[in-house]
Design a protein around this ligand. Structure first.
Ligand SMILES: [Fe+2]
Length: 580
C-alpha cells in the first residue's frame, strides 16, 4: 500500500511516503524551497517523495493530511465568538494565517495532485504527533505524551500505544484544550523576550541557563494547576486568543515589566538583561515542573517503562532530561522530528497501521529520509569556481578530515540522505573541535551569525558518552536524536568549552556506529589525534536559512562564511588562499 502523508499551512510543511508499511522518503518543504519554515502546500516535497519511488500521484492508495481542517475552523470560530468584540480584528487574520487554504485541503490536494477525492484522508493533529513518536520507536507498548501550541483543539494529550502482530492501537486517553496550552505559554514568553515565535523557543531555553527562576511564582499565576493534575492558563494575562498583534496582555506586562525590544541586544550586565534571563529561567522551570507532574501521573496510570514524547514541546531537551530522571519512566523516545513536519510521517504511518489495519513493521531507527547529496556535483561546482578539490578514498578522507578538525579548521560535512527534523544529526552538519571558547565564538561570529548566549552541541560515540557527560539510565536513548540536555562532567568542562553551556550542560548526540558510520569513524579518528572522541556538531546553515540540502547549497554556504573545508562523499573542497 502506498500512502503519502502531508503537513502544511501552519509552519514546517512536509511530505512523507510510506510503502508497504515502511517510510521511503520524507522531507520538509523548506529544504527544497529554501524558505525557512515554509508552510506552503509542500508540492516540492511531494514531488521528491514520488520521484524517489518512481510513482505517479495516481499510484497512491491514500493521501493523509495531518489534521482536520474543519475542527480547526470550529476552534478558531468558537474562540472568536467567545472573545467578540475584542476579537473582531484577529479573526480574519487567524482565518488567513492559521487556516487559510487549509479549509479547502481536500480540493487543493485533489487538484494539485490529481488524486481522487475519496483517497484523501485526515487524522487528528495530536494523533499524528503521537504516531510520529510511537510508531517510529523501537517499542511495542508505551505511554504517549504530546504537547504543542495547538492542533485542532487539543494542545496536550496523554495516552498509550500498542503494536505487534495483533492490531496496532494508539489510545489518547485525555486532552487539554486550547487556549490552555504549554506551547502557547512558552511562545508567549518567546514573543515577550523579543524572539520570533515558532523559531525563537530555542533561544528562550538557551537564555534560561543565564538566569534564575526568580519569577517562577509569577509564572505560576499565569498557569494554574487544576485538581485533576492538568492546568489552566489565566487568560487575563494573554492576548493570543483574541489578538493577532500581541500574545501577552497589559496585565502580563504589569507583572513582568516592559517587553524586550527585538532589536536591543541582551546584555546580562544590565538589570533588564538579567530580568529577561530570569523570565526565561522561570517559564522554563514552570514548564518542566508541569511536564514532570503530568509524566509522573501517566507513569503511575500506565505502569509502563517507556514513554514516547511528541509535539513541538518535545524539542525542549532540558525538560525531556528532567522527565527522564524524575517521572519514573525508564526510557523516553523523542523522534527526530517531533514537531509538525514529523506529522507528515506520523499521519502516513497512522493511516497505514490503524486506518487500514496493515501489519506492524519495525521502522529503521534513524532520521535520514531526505534527498541524497551528490558529491560529483560538489566537485563540479568547486572546479568551476577554481577552488581546490580532492577525491580521497574513504580512510584517507576520514584521516584528513580528522586532522583538519584537530588543527582548528571548521568543516562542512554532507553525507548521504538529509535528516528529517530541525537537527543536524551527522548528514548535514558543521563540525569543529569542541575544546575552546574561542572556537564557539568564532562559529557564532563567522559562521552562524547568532547570539553569543546560544550553546553548540557535541556528538560523541554512544559507548563513550558516559565518560564525558552525566548520562542517567536511559540517557543514551534520549541523546540518540539530540533530544536531551545533560551535565558535562566537571572534570571535562574546561576541555570541552565550546560545547559546554554556561550552566555546565550540553545537548548531547550519542551516536551509534550503525546510524552514521562515516561520522562515527571520524569521531574515532579525531579521538586518536586529540584524545577526546567528541566533535562540535551544529546544523549546516547560516542564521535565518534552512539547513542545506543539495551540494550547491552546501557549496554556496561554504563560500559565504568562514568555513574552511567542505566534504561530501569522497570529495574534499578547501578554499584557495588569495595571492598576496
Ligand atoms: Fe503540532
Amino acid at each position: 500500500m502506498k500512502i503519502l502523508g502531508v503537513s502544511a499551512h501552519y509552519h514546517d510543511a512536509a511530505a512523507a511516503l510510506v510503502i508497504d508499511g515502511m517510510p521511503v522518503a520524507a522531507v520538509q518543504e523548506e529544504r527544497l524551497s529554501r524558505r525557512k519554515n515554509d508552510a506552503a502546500f509542500p508540492l516540492a516535497a511531494i514531488e521528491y517523495c514520488l520521484e524517489q519511488s518512481g510513482l505517479e500521484p495516481d499510484d497512491l492508495d491514500a493521501v493523509v493530511f495531518y489534521e482536520r481542517p474543519m475542527l480547526k475552523f470550529d476552534r478558531i470560530l468558537t474562540c472568536a465568538l467567545r472573545a467578540f468584540p475584542r476579537s473582531w480584528r484577529s479573526f480574519p487574520h487567524a482565518m488567513k494565517n492559521s487556516l487559510g487554504e487549509k479549509l479547502w485541503v481536500r480540493g487543493i490536494i485533489s487538484s494539485h495532485l490529481g488524486v481522487a477525492r475519496r483517497k484523501i484522508l485526515f487524522t487528528d493533529h495530536h494523533r499524528s504527533h503521537a504516531a510520529a513518536a510511537f510508531l517510529t520507536a523501537p517499542v511495542r507498548d508505551a505511554a504517549i505524551l504530546t504537547a504543542d501550541g495547538v492542533g485542532e483543539w487539543a494542545a496536550l494529550t496523554v495516552g498509550h500505544g500498542t503494536r505487534g502482530p495483533g492490531k496496532t492501537a494508539i489510545n489518547l486517553l485525555r486532552e487539554i484544550r486550547f487556549p490552555h496550552s504549554l506551547g502557547m505559554l512558552y511562545s508567549t514568553f518567546t514573543a515577550y523576550l523579543g524572539f520570533q515565535v515558532n523559531e525563537g523557543e530555542y533561544k528562550v531555553m538557551g537564555l534560561a541557563s543565564y538566569g534564575r527562576p526568580a519569577m517562577a511564582d509569577a509564572v505560576r499565576k499565569l498557569v494554574k494547576r487544576t485538581q485533576d493534575g492538568a492546568f489552566r492558563l489565566d487568560l487575563d494575562y494573554f492576548d493570543f486568543h483574541t489578538s493577532a498583534k500581541r500574545s501577552f496582555s497589559d496585565k502580563f506586562v504589569e507583572l513582568f515589566g516592559p517587553p524586550r525590544d527585538p532589536f536591543d541586544p541582551i546584555d546580562l550586565a544590565t538589570v533588564d538583561g538579567r530580568r529577561f534571563a530570569d523570565c526565561a529561567a522561570s517559564v522554563q522551570k514552570v514548564l518542566e515542573d508541569i511536564l514532570v507532574d503530568i509524566a509522573c501521573a501517566l507513569h503511575r496510570e500506565t505502569g509502563l517503562p517507556d514513554l514516547c514524547l511528541g509535539g513541538g514541546v518535545a524539542l525542549n531537551g532540558v525538560a525531556n532530561a528532567r522527565i527522564l530522571s524524575e517521572s519514573g519512566f525508564e526510557r523516553i523516545f523523542v523522534p527526530p522530528s517531533p514537531g509538525d513536519a514529523g506529522c507528515a510521517l506520523g499521519a502516513a504511518l497512522y493511516a497505514d497501521r490503524v486506518h487500514f489495519g496493515n501489519p506492524d513493521r519495525d521502522i529503521p531507527d534513524h532520521p535520514y529520509w531526505g534527498p541524497v547529496v551528490d558529491a560529483a556535483a560538489l566537485a563540479g561546482l568547486a572546479r568551476q569556481d577554481d577552488q581546490p578539490v580532492e577525491e580521497l578514498e574513504e580512510s584517507a578522507l576520514i584521516q584528513t578530515t580528522a586532522r583538519d578538525l584537530f588543527e582548528g579548521r571548521i568543516v562542512g560535512w554532507m553525507d548521504g540522505a538529509m535528516e528529517l527534523g530541525p537537527r543536524a544529526l551527522g548528514h548535514r552538519s558543521i563540525l569543529a573541535a569542541p575544546h575552546t571558547a574561542q572556537m564557539r565564538d568564532r562559529l557564532n561570529r563567522d559562521i552562524k551569525h547568532r547570539e553569543q548566549f546560544r550553546p553548540f552541541a557535541p556528538v560523541v560515540p554512544v559507548e563513550a558518552a558516559d565518560r564525558y557527560f552525566e548520562m542517567p539510565a536511559g540517557g543514551a536513548r534520549l541523546a540518540r536524536f539530540m533530544s536531551g540536555v545533560f551535565p558535562v562532567r566537571p572534570e571535562w568542562r574546561e576541555k570541552l568549552a565550546a560545547i559546554t553551556h554556561v550552566d555546565g550542560t550540553a545537548r548531547v548526540q550519542a551516536l551509534e556506529r550503525g546510524m552514521a558510520p562515516r561520522l562515527y569513524a571520524l569521531l574515532e579518528a579525531y579521538g586518536r589525534l586529540s584524545g577526546i572522541p567528541i566533535l562540535l556538531n551544529t546544523s549546516f546553515n547560516l542564521s535565518g536559512e534552512p539547513i542545506v540540502n543539495r551540494a550547491v547549497e552546501g557549496y554556496l554556504t561554504f563560500r559565504r562564511c568562514g568555513m574552511d573545508v567542505l566534504v561530501a562523499g569522497q570529495t574534499r573542497v578547501t578554499k584557495r588562499v588569495p595571492a598576496k
